[in-house]
Write a protein that binds this ligand. Structure first.
Ligand code: NAD
Ligand code: MG
Length: 385
């Protein structure tokens, strides 16, 4: 690459954000950080900013603003705070690509703003596509904006499709590790603690996605994410449990041929590919050794125990605002579980109940999504009690 790619990282202090900065640091001749943002971890945001010298920094939590400003003005870094600043800053002229590594529904508004300004998106924040996939993909199309997947399964599909974009997809297989409770039945999960649920076998991630992996809601959200990224019908998306997390996902073409993308589980690879597509940059990441994995195994997901996955399919098939509703409910229930207010199995049960109770909107506008998110959150909060 002749010119450095100028990146805005939304959520730079999280799991994906910090790994993105590791990718940048290893390729300083290819990338330049223009914007960093975080919600509340001011100390890490300041440390990252002094190191990577972005033009502008945004801290979400307004009570942390003074600390950030005091630390960064002498480094000639502009500082802002609050949600509106995030929405404005992604439109900055210098930005080539916005990497959305913030968590949850909060990603929706800044992503729309970035697309409106014609910025390409490296999308980690899957919730944005779950909430408003049709709106986002139509907007991206109309603005000529590309959305590059960061999620490892979707990056795998995308990598399998390189050179095949004109060939129709028969179906895709999203692989799932199965999480820490693979093989368990409902009665085994009655007394699960958050410490157990936060202990993922293969990936180190933020708290919300780790709980989503334990309930398999993460795979449900990914099924919906895949529908919008690759323009698929529900019947074209299968989930297969693959505990080793080496095959990151597969595409089956209309001649029956299947392509898979493989590698050790390391998010830095999909992050880097989203930033460098169509090129690949040399890395010193640990290489896969077949002898360490003499068996790669595959199983059916257990939809009776992990009902969140079935719920996500149900919401996707219902369409309209249904996926927005289950996402909102799930944000509430995961937080309630992490705060010891509900039990593990309540997460999926309350998500399902919220979908039954929330108003259905068949063709939602942006304003409908905002209202639907608020309504579904309130329903879930009331059930949590
Ligand atoms: P995390 O909790 O580790 O980090 C979240 C980041 O977003 C932090 O920098 C935080 O300050 C910021 N943030 C949180 N709430 C915010 C808000 N309301 N407004 C603005 N910023 C906010 O999360 P993570 O694990 O890095 O995940 C980020 C996103 O990437 C999620 O959507 C997740 O599903 C997706 N993802 C993560 C992984 C992974 O390996 N961690 C893999 C695939 C996809
Ligand atoms: Mg994933």
């Amino acid at each position: 690459m002749s010119q450095k790619k100028k990146i805005a990282i939304l959520g730079s202090t999280g799991s994906i954000g910090t790994q993105t900065l590791e990718v940048v640091e290893a390729n300083l001749d290819a990338f330049e950080v223009i914007v960093l943002t975080a919600q509340s971890n001011a100390d890490l945001l300041i440390e990252q900013s002094i190191k990577f010298k972005p033009n502008t920094v945004v801290i979400g939590d307004e009570s942390k603003y003074k600390k950030v400003e005091d630390a960064l003005w002498k480094h000639d870094i502009k500082t802002y705070c609050g949600e509106d600043a995030l929405v404005d800053i992604v439109q900055m002229q210098d930005i080539d690509i916005v990497l959305t590594a913030l968590v949850g529904y909060a990603g929706l508004k800044p992503t729309i703003s970035a697309i409106n300004a014609g910025k390409n998106i490296a999308l980690a924040n899957k919730e944005t596509l779950v909430v408003a996939g049709e709106l986002i993909t139509n907007l991206a199309k109309s603005k000529g904006v590309n959305i590059y997947p960061v999620d490892s399964e979707h990056s795998a599909i995308f990598q399998c499709l390189v050179g095949e974009f004109h060939n129709p997809i028969e179906k895709i297989y999203l692989t799932a590790s199965g999480g820490p409770f693979r093989g368990k039945k409902r009665q085994d999960l009655l007394e699960i603690t958050k410490v157990q649920a936060l202990n993922h076998p293969n990936w180190e991630m933020g708290a919300k996605i780790t709980i989503d992996s334990a309930t398999m809601m993460n795979k449900g959200l990914e099924v919906i994410e895949a529908k919008w990224l690759f323009g698929l019908k529900s019947s074209q998306i299968d989930v297969i449990v693959h505990p080793q997390s080496i095959v990151h996902s597969l595409v089956q073409f209309t001649d029956g041929s299947i392509k898979a993308q493989m590698g050790l589980p390391d998010m830095k690879l999909p992050i880097q590919f989203a930033l460098t597509y169509p090129n690949r940059l040399k890395t010193d990441f640990e290489r896969f050794n077949f002898m360490d994995y003499p068996q790669l195994t595959f199983e059916q997901p257990d939809l009776k125990t992990f009902t969140n996955l079935a719920l996500a399919y149900q919401a996707m098939e219902k369409g309209g605002n249904a996926a927005c509703v289950i996402n909102a409910a799930n944000e509430v229930t995961v937080e309630a579980f992490l705060n010891d207010k509900i039990k593990f199995l309540d997460i999926a049960d309350i998500n399902a109940k919220t979908l039954q109770l929330a108003s259905f909107v068949e063709k939602p506008t942006y304003e409908d999504f905002v209202m639907s998110n608020t309504e579904a959150r309130q329903i879930a909060v009331d059930i949590v009690g």
